[in-house]
Structures are given as C-alpha cells and as structure tokens.
Unconditional design. Structure first.
Length: 72
C-alpha cells in the first residue's frame, strides 16, 4: 500500500471514529470501512458535490408528476 493511500485511509478512519462519537474498540472496523471507501473512490478523488438526486419511475407513476430539474 502506498504511503499516500495509507494516509488517506487513516484520515478517513479518524473522521469515521469522530462522527461515531469516538467509541473505543472499533479501530479495525473503522479502518476497514475507510479502506473500502477509499477503494471505491473514482480516480482523482471525490468531489464536495453530492450525487444528483434521482426519481424512480415508480414514483413518477405514483405521484403523476415529472421530477424537478436539479438545481445548478
């Protein structure tokens, strides 16, 4: 594993630990979750933008409406 990748995993695991209230004894789980998240990143890393919202065709049929366009 490269030093850069290991540092990114370490930083993400720390973020997860803090977000979960700094629990004791979950080091391995946080590391593994962080590693999975880093592995799933697209080349070039993640952006700060959330993924676009999507509406399932069943929802369109159920509510009889066309989904709104995403905000710019």
């Amino acid at each position: 594993m490269t030093d850069d990748k290991e540092n990114r995993i370490r930083q993400r695991a720390h973020q997860i630990w803090e977000c979960e209230g700094r629990p004791d004894g979950l080091d391995r789980e946080h590391w593994e979750r962080a590693a999975r998240e880093i592995e799933a990143e697209k080349p070039g890393g993640l952006t700060d933008e959330p993924p676009p919202l999507t509406v399932a065709s069943e929802e369109i049929e159920q509510f009889g409406a066309v989904p709104p366009k995403p905000l710019p």
